[in-house]
Write a protein that binds this ligand. Structure first.
Ligand code: ZN
Ligand code: ZN
Length: 121
């Protein structure tokens, strides 16, 4: 009896977790986010909001904007069906990535700090 219980108790696999997340996505309780860089991101914030997405590291930030909320939905979209809400995804390179990129540029950074100050004459 004990053995039967043990053998039928599966360890929760990542697969199951993802299946559940996709189910929630279907129910509109989650939305998927960002560039698909191997891993999928899920957004638990279902309130009306918009996103800033870093295309380099996949960072996602929520933000609100009355202007974007009042976005006019083009007729071309309506022909696909009913429109419930619209989200704007602003894409770019985040500050951290910009900084990293600057620092990894061989000509500018990564030079040993030198305190010597030559008088040029
Ligand atoms: Zn980034
Ligand atoms: Zn969000």
């Amino acid at each position: 009896m004990y053995r039967a219980v043990q053998s039928t108790t599966p360890t929760v696999s990542l697969d199951t977790v993802y299946r559940t997340l996709w189910l929630l996505t279907d129910l509109g309780l989650l939305t998927t986010l960002g560039p698909r860089q191997g891993s999928m991101r899920f957004d638990a914030n279902v309130e009306s909001h918009h996103h800033y997405v870093c295309t380099r590291c996949g960072l996602v930030r929520d933000f609100n904007s009355d202007d974007l909320d009042a976005l006019k939905i083009p007729d071309t979209v309506r022909q696909f069906g009913q429109v419930a809400s619209a989200r704007v995804e602003i894409r770019g390179i985040c500050d951290r990535c910009l900084k990293e990129r600057l620092e990894s540029q061989p000509t500018h950074a990564h030079q040993p700090p030198r305190s010597e100050k030559r008088s040029q004459s």
